[in-house]
Design a protein. Sequence first.
Length: 158
Amino acid sequence: MNSMRAQQNVVVMMAMILWLIPFAQQTVAAESEGGQQSSCVQPRTTANASEDTFAKTNPLPASSDVLQAGKGLYLHDAKPMACALCHGKRGEGKGPVSGGMMPPARDFTCGAMMREISDGQLFWITKHGSSGTGMMAFPDLSDEEVWQLVHYMRSLAK
């Protein structure tokens, strides 16, 4: 009887350990992200925009009106869904629907990463989406709205 009880205890302990492993991995990953700025860069192998689009710079001024318009789109007005749902209200890539995304949603607060991506590439990804990621296309946004979003996304970088 005692050996059966001991076996049950071992099975329960093993199940608990297996259940806790993902939480431990998330904790370690979160702690390692808090280190150097360059650790936040998220490599992607998605397609680039055409040379013409890739080389474009944002034609809108980074005025408070443009940033406010971009913020409104980012937080709630963009259709089919607000950017913040995946990228988080502060742009850290941890929005309420981003759990389980592989690769994870982009962290716009990562200055090192944001400096690597051209305005034209951000514009193109927003308009057309990013194959192989959870990033959907936003073809119904006007060009002006997308450029407003580009300015706002850049304002989140540290």
